[in-house]
Design a protein around this ligand. Structure first.
Ligand code: PLP
Length: 585
């Protein structure tokens, strides 16, 4: 079998699997995994299917041991949960799991351009990865269309006096201003990992520009969830049997991945919930309800999603609290001076978004937090729109709580995270009661576990937590800084082109933005534009984006909102903009 596949052709995994299948087909007596759609475009081949395709050849090469045990190892490689291992596989029901150090989870793994799903490396897998890596090539350097390519830099790279601000250039690294860079990953190879991007909509290739609503899932996440149900499924924490250990191991492994991803100090600070909405409700209905009293004040920003407004309004109505709002300027930037004026002895909580879902504004989160703490208030940061676009470090931010949804960071729906400082979480009484969160129950009283268990009553979304862990692995492998840089470049590119569409008005023109391009187009209702784009296979959101107050601040009830992720391309943006030009004709 030759592995000298022409690097110029950049074969994808399915092509490689096909090649392997053809080869094995030619061997006498081999059992073949044939493609059901012979002669037609091949469906993507799962990577573990690829391993199976290679298997006979691997035997030949002596790379795979015939006595290889096909029973799956657990996610973090031991087959026993960290908790079970620490307790000789006899989980102590009075003190189950969560905070044991698991050596299998320590430290990030080296980046691989090809990932085999979730097994620890067998010797043959290491070899196979080498083979697959050899056929992966990076794309030719793409020059950022900055000052060499354009007459004028983009308006939002300038500060308010019209002076170019080097900090706003794509990688925020002044030393690289104006230099061409190569994207550090090949967007076409990355796209191969997302099967849904091969869908056609209305006869056209799908162009997914609705990433602020939800992101698409790489095959690695899809496979990981499927693997969980095939090999690990059990309830967690409560039994000493093998599958309970595997499931617990996988679930707690995911918690550790989240911890590392946002740089929390401990896994005990990571609570799994349904999503950002439930996360904010948890803080509103536990700590806030327990600690705020009539007359106390909560500050939110004008940029907030309804999820970070309504729970505070509900609480304010119940307890007689006052809600104050940080205003924004005409670009959609937080007015820090005005914010400082709102702070006072009655301020008990500041809750704000790190990135606006409607405008894309990146808020000065560290400064907002610092000022709140100086006033003695606690801080909740809504990271629903930030974690997929920029490096988040909760310790550097010093947030008391930080929340996000898994589905916006390439993970499954129905899973999200509350990060909270450990001492604060342990001082707070749970908001829901039930199994899993107690250490002792009589009919007279209940003793709760410490965090995170005290906030995870009942059976949680185990499989999707594990899927979120796989999504975090995926993002980490590409590198969140690389993602941030590439998306910033796309945002600059798209903004420049959109500005040239006659009659367009961009809503949200802050210098520091992520992902989102909100606009209205004279002569068209936003839903008409959404429908016209849909006809061409382009998915964008048109509406109020669950952020009515900020849209009304700009005098509109709705906008069209393309939003970018790292798998989007310049070609997709070109298509979007061409259609808008066509509409105007
Ligand atoms: N916060 C922001 C900024 C959002 O954009 C969203 C969803 O769009 C949410 C909170 C709510 O997230 P979820 O619906 O996943 O709970």
């Amino acid at each position: 079998m030759s592995t000298n596949i022409n690097a110029e052709e950049q074969p994808d995994l399915s092509a490689l699997a096909n090649l392997a299948n053809q080869f094995f087909k030619a061997l006498p007596g081999q059992q073949i995994k044939t493609d059901p759609v012979v002669g037609q475009a091949h469906e993507p081949v799962r990577q573990d299917a690829l391993v199976e395709s290679y298997e006979p050849w691997l035997y030949d090469q002596g790379l795979r041991n015939n006595s290889f045990d096909h029973s799956p190892p657990s996610a973090s490689g031991v087959g026993v949960s960290p908790s079970a291992a620490n307790q000789n596989n006899a989980v102590d029901l009075r003190n189950p799991q969560t905070s044991f150090a698991d050596p299998n989870l320590a430290g990030p793994k080296p980046a691989d351009s090809v990932q085999l799903p979730f097994q620890e490396d067998e010797p043959f897998e290491t070899r196979l990865k080498e083979i697959l890596n050899n056929v992966r090539v990076s794309s030719p350097a793409v020059r950022i269309p900055f000052d060499q390519d354009t007459d004028a830099p983009y308006y939002f790279l300038k500060n308010r006096n019209g002076v170019l601000n080097p900090k706003n250039i794509f990688d925020r690294d002044a030393s690289r201003v104006g230099q061409p860079i190569a994207p550090p990953f090949d967007v076409n190879l990355v796209r191969n990992d997302f099967p849904i991007l091969r869908e056609r909509v209305n006869g056209r290739p799908l162009i997914w520009l609705d990433n602020a609503a939800t992101t698409q899932k790489p095959q690695q996440v899809i496979d990981r969830i499927s693997y969980f149900y095939q090999h690990e499924n059990s309830n967690i924490h409560r039994a000493a049997h093998q599958l309970a250990a595997r499931a617990t191991d996988a679930y707690e492994g995911a918690r550790e991945k989240v911890r590392a991803f946002i740089n929390a100090a401990s896994v005990n600070e990571i609570i799994f919930v349904r999503g950002a909405t439930e996360a904010i409700n948890l803080v509103a209905k536990s700590w806030s309800e327990q600690n705020l009293n009539a007359g106390d004040e909560i500050i939110v920003s004008h940029l907030e999603h309804h999820a970070n407004i309504v729970p505070w309004q509900q609480l304010a109505a119940k307890k007689g609290l006052k809600i104050k709002v940080i205003p924004v300027d005409d670009d959609g930037q937080i007015l820090l001076d005005e914010y400082a004026k709102l702070l006072g002895p009655k301020t008990k909580l500041v809750a704000f978004t790190q990135v606006s879902n409607a405008l894309g504004t990146v808020t000065p989160a560290s400064r907002i937090t610092e000022l709140a703490h100086q006033a003695g208030a606690k801080v909740l940061i809504d990271g629903a729109q930030s974690v997929s676009h920029m490096k988040v470090d909760v310790r550097a931010l010093d947030a008391d709580w930080f929340v996000f949804s898994g589905h916006k960071v390439f993970g499954p729906t129905g899973i999200g995270v509350v990060y909270g400082k450990e001492a604060l979480l342990n001082e707070t009484q749970p908001w829901q009661g039930g199994g899993n969160m107690i250490s002792d129950v009589t009919f007279e009283y209940t003793q709760y576990h410490k965090a995170p268990s005290r906030f995870e009553a009942g059976t949680g979304n185990i499989a999707d937590a594990v899927g979120l862990g796989a999504a975090i692995d995926y993002v980490s492998r590409i590198g969140i800084e690389n993602i941030s840089r590439y998306e910033h470049y796309l945002l600059i590119y798209a903004t420049r082109l959109l500005k040239e569409v006659p009659g367009i008005r961009l809503i949200g023109t802050a210098p520091d933005k992520a992902s989102v391009l909100s606009f209205v187009l004279a002569g068209y209702k936003t839903e008409e534009i959404g429908a016209a784009l849909n006809k061409e296979g382009i998915a964008v959101r048109s509406g109020h984006h669950c952020a009515q107050p900020i849209l009304r601040r700009f005098g509109v009830e709705s906008t069209v909102r393309p939003s970018l992720a790292f798998y989007n391309t310049r070609a997709e943006i070109d298509t979007l903009v061409n259609i808008l030009h066509r509409l105007k004709k």
